[in-house]
Design a protein around this ligand. Structure first.
Ligand SMILES: Cc1cc2nc3c(=O)[nH]c(=O)nc-3n(C[C@H](O)[C@H](O)[C@H](O)COP(=O)(O)O)c2cc1C
Length: 475
């Protein structure tokens, strides 16, 4: 059996990091209100066993803290990052046979395991969306939203698979919205399908192994199959089964699968939805997903993620993405020392980056590289600092901005670039501005007339020697 959501629930139970709620709760705001409360307090995952009007339970807050994220992923984030660092290091130093073998062993599960049947096929065609305890999360939401769906499509031209997480508003028992934003791979596949005059087949997996879910939200380059990446993450290939009404394969141990299609010529109003920004994203036109068949496991568990302001499950997910993909960014832009995406900047909008600066203009160069790297294209503000500044410390970054920049020289504004569809402050929908703040130390060729002053520093250990111990400052 490949990893699945049930195995993660067992891990949470064993770690005493799951609160099972036997009191009856409603899908209409009650579950999300308690989840919101627990998320703010970094409380446990929540399993609602009795949901008014439904027979199946709801689990939420599975990724609520970094510790929990790592426990359900069964590995530390820094170890994943270490793998990538190792792979890039081997590539750079031209691996010998041994390094090559190590590299291969890390990627041996980067694939899927096609099987004839799986638990998700236990029941078919016996329920509609009205039987699934899908939540209304926030008071002004336009309805009930599926917020943790792994949306699987294939490139209509190349056949390459993609999985992304795009929320789905329930319109009726067989129809939902499909909120893939215009720059996302699902939306690209639909554009290609339109060109070929076809509808796009879609399979939606709900309630999957955390490795599959994390893979679907990760900013992988287009063309990488997220299900294969999930195999690497869980160090075990995931079993997949073939669809019945769609020619797509999907995780065999999903709690629920929705098979169906999106017609490129159909849109419908979607929203409002209480979003990652902390605001309601207003009503807008999005494609429509039509269900052809629903499959589910016996006693399926519905998995929901409460999307919302900065204390939400987005924080561990965003932080893990930042740490795991840092080696890949460093490989592309080797002068990068560290990166920090503050959660107050929604991970998308503000980036602090420290660099080993070697030549004039390099601060701006790195700023432009960040704005051109995959989903970092959504960044609005990039602050570039030297490597002596710890980007994880907001105070140090602000100190560098205060003491190492002249706004008339060190700010670059870029107009009319791609922006996040959720950004209600951008000049046009999906198009907006960017700002690079080059807070690196400048030299003469960058307009500094006087010598750059030295930083105040004092080495307590060297100066105070043995005295230090008596004051309990350091051993
Ligand atoms: C909980 C959660 C909900 C998300 N909802 C959406 C969404 O509704 N629409 C969207 O385009 N991206 C959404 N995302 C972000 C995408 O899943 C993410 O950008 C992913 O990398 C897209 O995959 P793709 O590059 O294969 O399209 C969400 C992420 C999370 C963590």
């Amino acid at each position: 059996m490949t990893p699945d959501l049930r195995e993660s629930i067992s891990v949470l139970r064993k770690n005493n990091d799951l609160r099972e709620i036997e009191e009856e709760f409603s899908v209409d705001l009650e579950i999300s209100a308690l989840a919101n409360h627990y998320q703010r307090k970094e409380g446990p995952a929540l399993l609602f066993n009795r949901v008014s009007g439904f027979t199946n339970p709801v689990i939420t807050n599975v990724f609520g803290t970094m510790k929990r994220f790592e426990s359900v992923m069964e590995r530390r984030t820094e170890d994943f990052a270490g793998d990538f660092q190792g792979i890039f290091d081997s590539l750079l130093s031209k691996p010998g046979l041994l390094d090559g073998l190590k590299l291969f062993s890390k990627l041996k599960n980067f694939s899927v395991n096609q099987v004839g049947n799986g638990p998700v096929k236990d029941y078919k065609g016996d329920i509609t969306l009205d039987d699934i305890p899908i939540l209304k999360h926030w008071p002004e939401d336009g309805g009930r939203f599926i917020t943790a769906p792994v949306v699987i499509t294939r490139d209509p031209e190349t056949g390459v698979y993609n999985a992304g997480m795009y929320r789905m508003q329930v319109f009726d028992g067989e129809t939902t919205g499909m909120h893939w934003q215009t720059q996302k791979t699902g939306a690209m596949h639909l554009k290609k399908a339109k060109k070929l005059g076809k509808k796009l087949e879609v399979a939606v997996a709900i309630g999957v192994s955390p490795s599959i879910l994390f893979s679907a939200v990760s900013p992988l380059p287009e063309g990488i199959d997220e299900m294969a990446f999930a195999g690497y993450l869980s160090n075990e290939k995931h079993n997949v089964v073939q669809g019945e009404t769609v020619s797509l394969r999907y995780p065999a141990t999903s709690e629920i699968i929705l098979e169906g299609f999106v017609d490129p010529d159909e849109t419908r109003e979607e929203g409002p939805f209480g979003d990652h920004t902390g605001y309601y994203t207003p009503v807008d036109l999005y494609p429509v997903f039509h269900i052809t068949k629903i499959f589910h496991r016996k006693d399926f568990i519905y998995h929901s993620i409460l999307v919302g302001k900065i204390w939400s499950e987005d924080v561990p997910i965003g932080r893990a993405i930042e740490r795991i993909f840092l080696p890949a960014i460093k490989f592309q832009v080797p002068e990068i020392n560290d990166i920090f995406l503050p959660e107050e900047g929604l991970f998308n909008d503000v980036v602090f980056v420290s660099i080993k600066k070697r030549y004039p203009g390099q601060g701006r160069k790195v700023g432009m590289s960040i704005l051109s790297s995959g989903q970092m294209m959504f960044t609005k503000y990039v602050v570039v600092v030297d490597e002596d500044i710890n980007v994880q410390d907001r105070k140090e970054v602000l100190w560098a901005v205060a003491t190492r920049t002249d706004p008339s020289r060190d700010i670059e504004i870029i107009r009319m670039a791609p922006s996040d569809s959720l950004d209600h402050s951008s000049i046009f929908p999906d198009v907006g501005g960017k700002m690079i703040i080059d807070a690196t130390i400048k030299g003469r060729s960058e307009g500094i007339q006087k010598p750059w002053p030295e930083k105040i520093e004092i080495d307590e250990e060297v100066i105070l020697k043995d005295k230090l111990k008596r004051y309990g400052i350091r051993p």
